[in-house]
Write a protein that binds this ligand. Structure first.
Ligand SMILES: [Zn+2]
Length: 898
């Protein structure tokens, strides 16, 4: 009770004179004037619309604030950002933006690097740009509710400190990074408040990414990530980026940096120092205000790239994350007698320590307490922004300058010769979204003793964001860290390896020299020129090596075209057509459609007047079902996202749909996104959710899936979901690493080398070696089938084919791996015939966070295979493999009679 009394008193202190007084004094609208209640109050959540309405209302009433529309969300809401500073600063905004950009990029108005003297002068003249956003994980609710208070406070408060902040800082305030989820959770809570499920929303709080919306910050797949990246790296170049969360290690009240080790080796030291400085400023201010329970150096590390506060590190920005306790508007009383004794780092929860000097001793806690901690932490960022204004500005210049020097003899070249040229273009654009400077060669050039063609992309190391380039285009070498010597591994906060070029299957040559090539600047890369070699009499051939081919085929299937795939590779007169080459039969309007997709997608389509001498499969438009449990599952969202990007139509299948049966009549293929067997079978437990969301697919649902396969359907299980078919269908396969201790075998999100059998239809169009994203995944061991010599054709159970496996050595590509020997020569992808149907086991994340483009084909091929039938043989009389040479090596128009 004592703590609650203190808390209540401090609330008034933090919020100054209180809402009513502020209205009277400043004649400015208070948060409740727009929202209808006091945000942060018990049992209430404002929607994003209500919060944005307040920001607009406040903006209209003051010249100290500008609200900007920064783009659309996944569900079509508009996303806003607010700038708060003195009237004079906002009147001169373009000048201060110019200074911040020049220093961050080490570039003057004419594009030349700054001198130290000029940079010093600019730092003196500039304003610190401090970014504070109020979260993106929508069930971490206090952030969005605190945002209106922060705006109101920063605009209206007339203390000496706040005047100085407005004078020296341009405060970039983002009320929330995930508007859709904020409204989703607010609506659910207000409808169900008082029930055990008031905070259990049975849906992803971002349409596709869910919680992984904080895992999208180098891939930029989602509109919200792109909107924000543009503000960070093209508009404001903040020196400090503060991103708020609400998952404090219990019973601490807030996690604040310094972070736990390891630190990523590519992060500039001044970033890490800056993080520690800001963290100390936050924790000191919290204790000055009597806000106890701040903890540091536990759980959250600075290894990973791809988070909202981590990707900015590689852009020389100081990224801060805090995790405030109690993500709920419903108050609670915490009893210290029931606290765990230790934090995950081994320190006591009840006794003071260096990084937890004021232990929280329990009591009543409300969302207003959480909001106040957030306001104090945000104030600290603004305070230290003002106090160290000139240093922040000079530091970011110094890091840019030093990066350009460090990268002077380092160049990355993306050659035109690529297995999947579309993936290379996509990767260039992903890097561009992260503000990497990229050029395209306008003529052939020599580098590292090799000749590169015009059209190759060139990334010079001498650029301000060299740390980002290095981190995404080189393998991660994760330090072997244990909880104690020879003990269990200390888990990384997120994952250990993510090298983008490996994930996307793009060849990048690293040259250890400065490369002088005739180039032009790339703003957005476009697909290589595509087209059709002529009007075909027999077939249009589309190479399956590029993922864009699948978009093309989906468009053609939708238009009613007849598509087949070759079941073996064909070397048709000098041109290599891999197994799985798509052959489109000419029909009404086909030529125009093929030409259109070829141009749009950069495909070189060959027109054949005689058939390729190969057996084919006829691909019918596949009817795709994607299993969707009520329990939010980001892997399910990413599966939908990838299918939509490649234009596969699909239907989401709820538990009730699975249980209803007759699945084969409706679907050719059912995808099971990553989930444990028990999760899928049991779902939400009774009493934890309204009855309509309780229970999973149940034994009946599993039975229906078995029936679906027995009836000829294809079941594709992703990562841990492979457990369900392995168990239920008695496949002669076991997980060889189940139950092995983490001291022996541990792979926490790592890229592994995979050897692919490209003759298997599941792997058509893939190279023989790719990177697989493995995270606590299964490793398959296939039992050898003993054939009965007397009855060689007798049914010996499901026939299991190994599609991809781990090699006998050198498996690690990027990240951390313990116990490589458990992987050697074991299977990663299996295809099993079961009765009339088929099961595909993908033993890793083939579409993880929509990043590993190199393994998307495993999913796409499985889908096409589900609706394929033996095709007609297109063999035409007179065609021979030794027929005359094609006119172009990649686009052969093979004329009749050759
Ligand atoms: Zn969070």
């Amino acid at each position: 009770m004592r703590n609650w009394a203190i808390g209540a008193a401090l609330l008034t202190a933090a919020l100054g004179t209180g809402p009513a007084a502020a209205v009277a004094e400043n004649r400015l609208p208070s948060p409740e004037s727009a929202i209808g209640f006091t945000p942060c109050a018990d049992f209430k959540l404002a929607t994003y619309e209500q919060i944005a309405a307040y920001f607009r209302k406040l903006d209209a009433a003051t010249d100290r604030m500008q609200v900007l529309d920064i783009g659309s969300t996944a569900e079509g809401r508009r996303q806003i950002l607010a700038l708060i500073s003195s009237e004079q600063n906002l009147a001169n905004l373009s000048r201060y933006k110019h200074i911040a950009r020049s220093l961050a990029l080490n570039r003057d108005a004419s594009g030349r690097p700054l001198t130290d003297a000029l940079a010093r002068q600019m730092a003196r003249d500039g304003k610190a740009i401090m970014w504070v956003d109020f979260g993106l994980h929508s069930t971490e609710v206090a952030g969005a509710q605190a945002a209106p208070w922060m705006a109101w406070k920063a605009v209206t408060e007339e203390t000496q400190e706040m005047r100085e902040i407005r004078d020296k800082v341009i405060f970039v305030l983002v009320p929330n990074l995930n508007p859709d989820g904020t409204t989703l959770v607010a609506d659910w809570y207000m409808k169900h408040v008082g029930t055990p499920w008031e905070m259990n929303v049975p849906a992803l709080y971002h349409k596709y990414a869910g919680h992984d919306n904080n895992r999208d910050w180098f891939m930029f797949t989602q509109p919200e990530s792109r909107n924000i990246a543009k503000q960070l790296y093209e508009e404001y170049f903040p020196q400090v980026v503060y991103n708020q969360h609400q998952a404090a290690p219990f019973p601490a009240r807030i996690f604040v940096p310094p972070f736990e080790d390891p630190s990523n080796f590519n992060i500039p030291p001044l970033v890490i120092r800056g993080v520690n400085t800001v963290g100390d400023a936050i924790t000191r201010r919290l204790d000055q205000e009597g806000k106890v329970g701040a903890i540091s150096r536990v759980q959250f590390d600075a290894w990973w790239n791809g988070g909202m506060r981590t990707a900015p590190y590689f852009h020389n920005m100081v990224g801060i994350l805090t995790e405030t306790a109690h993500p709920s508007p419903t108050p609670a009383t915490y009893d210290p007698a029931r606290f765990p004794l230790r934090f995950p780092n081994g320190e006591s929860t009840l006794e003071p320590s260096t990084y937890y000097p004021s232990p929280y001793m329990g009591g009543r806690w409300t969302m207003r307490d959480s909001c106040e901690y957030m306001l104090t932490a945000s104030m600290s960022v603004l305070e230290i922004g003002a106090k160290r204004r000139e240093e922040w500005l000079y530091d970011i210049y110094q890091m840019a300058r030093d990066a350009m020097k460090a990268g002077a003899n380092e160049t990355y070249i993306i050659p035109t010769e690529q297995w999947d040229p579309g993936a290379a273009v996509r990767m260039v654009n992903v890097l561009r979204a992260g503000a990497v400077e990229i050029e395209r060669a306008t003529a052939p050039f020599m580098a590292g003793g090799k000749l590169y063609a015009a059209g190759s992309y060139v990334i010079h190391g001498a650029q301000p964001y060299l740390p980002y380039v290095r981190d995404l285009l080189n393998p991660q070498t994760y330090p072997d860290r244990r909880l104690y010597p020879d003990g269990p591994p200390e888990p990384p906060y997120d994952i250990s390896g993510w090298t983008l070029s490996m994930q996307m299957g793009v060849r990048v040559d690293k040259i250890k020299e400065a490369v002088a090539a005739p180039t032009e600047k790339v703003l957005t890369a476009s697909m290589p020129p595509g087209g059709v070699s002529g009007a075909a009499k027999v077939a249009y051939a589309i190479d399956p090596r590029t993922n864009e081919a699948f978009v093309a085929v989906n468009r053609l299937l939708k238009a009613g075209d007849v598509v087949q795939r070759t079941t073996e590779h064909v070397d048709a007169a000098g041109t290599h057509w891999p197994a799985g080459t798509f052959l489109v039969t000419p029909g009404q309007g086909t030529h125009a459609r093929v030409e259109q997709v070829a141009r749009a997608l950069g495909l070189k389509v060959a027109a054949f007047d005689t058939a390729l001498p190969a057996e084919t499969l006829h691909v019918k438009p596949p009817r795709v079902g994607v299993y969707k449990a009520w329990e939010p599952n980001a892997d399910e969202g990413w599966t939908r996202w990838v299918l939509e990007q490649y234009e596969f139509p699909y239907t989401s299948l709820l538990d009730a749909d699975i249980r209803a049966g007759s699945l084969r009549a409706k679907f050719d293929v059912i995808l099971l996104p990553d989930a444990r067997h028990g999760q899928m079978v049991n779902g939400f437990a009774p009493g934890t959710m309204p009855p309509e969301y309780v229970g999973g697919m149940g034994a009946n649902g599993v039975g229906q899936l078995l029936q679906f396969v027995a009836d000829g359907g294809t079941l594709v299980a992703q990562d841990s979901a492979t457990e369900l078919p392995m168990t239920a269908m008695h496949l002669p396969v076991r997980n060889a690493v189940a139950g092995i201790r983490s001291t022996e075998f541990y792979i926490p999100g790592t890229l592994l080398r995979l050897t692919v059998d490209t003759t298997n239809p599941v792997a058509w169009g893939m190279p023989q070696e790719v990177a697989a994203f493995f995270t606590h995944s299964p490793v398959f061991e296939v039992a050898r089938r003993e054939r009965d010599a007397q009855k060689p054709d007798a049914d010996a159970g499901p026939a299991v084919n190994i599609v991809a496996s781990y090699p006998g050595s050198d498996v690690l590509m990027s990240g951390w791996l313990l116990g490589e020997r458990y992987l050697h020569r074991r299977a990663a992808v299996l295809e099993a015939r079961v009765n009339k149907g088929r099961v595909v086991l993908l033993g890793f994340r083939a579409q993880h966070r929509a990043q590993p483009h190199a393994t998307f084909k495993l999913l796409f091929n499985s889908i096409y295979l589900s609706s394929s039938e033996a095709g007609v043989r297109l063999q035409a009389a007179g065609f021979a493999r030794a027929c005359g040479p094609p006119r172009a090596s990649t686009a052969a128009h093979v004329a009749a009679g050759l």
